[in-house]
Design a binder for this molecule. Structure first.
Ligand code: ZN
Ligand code: ZN
Length: 363
């Protein structure tokens, strides 16, 4: 259902410009990139073992013999002008590239043992890169947006297929059907472990599917996303089996109002904590402030949780071209819960939803 030939190209030169700009601002000679999604973002390399060294002039991917053919092919396909070095001694290779200069590492993506071995081999300890690559990844290019849109469309199609089967199924059966369908429709996998949480299980925001059979009157939270060419989507719908009780209908309505308030508050230049607060105010006004026990959203891309973070505890600010979920929920222990989540593109004027499944809870 996805036309691969219609997917746009990635803007690789802009990514290297962002990294080299940050290197120059910090005044370090080079950066060792160790987080696999960031290595992929800069080079197109999808293997499990790759280190990227970037300085002002060059970029060198260091990998092992398993990827001796794959790495040059992927870099060429991505249009990246970087050298590939295949070795079983990556620290020796890095040492010759660093050549006594002061270089930075990704502090969140390096073990203590790796840092020690770099310090010993280089003769001088690497410093922490003061720009998180995940922050540089926050604004997406056209090629990235095409892939996230594809992942979202696949998920919408898969969910539409299972809605009619909910009443007769267990949580695990629904999750398995969704996982099978997203692959059938072209995804390479799930964006994360599918959540199907019914009845009292819906009170757990990150419940795992069980053998519980969906029963009349249950609320069912389904949180599902697809992985398409490395990029992810994220969406949650809440369904009611049969008829909603008055209380459940009120949860559904209030959380939907909260989501609308969050979406209405979002546009470039707005602090994400204000989006979080807009969601939270609606739920607090209903008297359920304590029942909304997670942040209101997050960025999505090569990872499922990226910048910007949407919570009361962040200074992130929305920019056009970012992707962001808005996903308020309420959870009542022993009783159940509701969450509505959509993935959006931040446009010049507000948010454009990329997930389009109907919000019609009756199943
Ligand atoms: Zn989700
Ligand atoms: Zn999410």
């Amino acid at each position: 259902m996805i036309d691969r030939s219609a997917l746009g190209a990635f803007d690789m030169p802009s990514r290297f410009r962002r990294v080299r700009g940050a290197l120059a601002r910090q005044g370090v000679a080079g950066l060792i990139v160790t987080d696999p999604p960031s290595v992929r973002w800069l080079t197109g390399f999808t293997g499990s073992n790759g280190l990227l060294f970037v300085d002002a002039e060059s970029a060198i991917l260091i990998t092992d013999g398993r990827y001796g053919d794959q790495a040059p092919q992927e870099l060429a396909a991505a249009g990246v002008d970087a050298e590939v070095r295949v070795t079983n001694a990556p620290v020796d290779e890095l040492t010759s590239l660093v050549c006594g200069r002061e270089v930075a590492v990704e502090a969140d993506h390096l073990t203590w043992a790796e840092h020690r071995s770099y310090a010993t081999a280089f003769g001088t300890a690497p410093v922490a890169f003061d720009t998180a690559l995940v922050a540089l990844r926050a604004v997406k290019d056209g090629g990235e947006l095409d892939r996230v849109r594809a992942a979202a469309a696949i998920t919408d199609a898969a969910l539409a297929e299972v809605v009619g089967t909910l009443a007769a199924s267990t949580e695990r059966e629904v999750a398995l059907a969704l996982d099978h369908l997203v692959r059938t429709f072209g995804a390479s996998g799930n964006a994360y472990e599918t959540i199907v949480a019914s009845g009292p299980n819906a009170a757990l925001p990150h419940a795992r599917p069980t053998d519980r059979r969906l029963g009349r009157g249950d609320l069912v939270i389904i949180d599902v996303g697809s992985l398409y060419d490395g990029y992810r989507s994220d969406m949650t719908r809440t369904f009611v089996i049969g008829e909603a009780s008055e209380e459940h209908q009120r949860w559904l309505d209030v959380v939907l109002d909260a989501q609308r308030a969050g979406v209405a508050a979002a546009r470039p230049g707005v602090a994400t904590r204000d989006v979080d607060a807009a969601c939270r105010e609606v739920i607090a006004a209903a008297g359920w402030a304590d029942a909304f026990n997670h942040g209101a959203g997050h960025g999505v891309g090569l990872d499922i949780h990226e910048r910007p973070r949407v919570s009361s505890r962040t200074d992130d600010v929305l920019e056009a071209g970012m992707l962001v979920t808005v996903e308020p929920g309420v959870y009542f222990a022993g009783s159940g819960g509701v969450r509505w989540e959509d993935l959006h593109l931040v446009t010049a004027t507000g948010l454009e939803a990329l997930t389009h499944s109907p919000k019609d809870p009756l199943a």
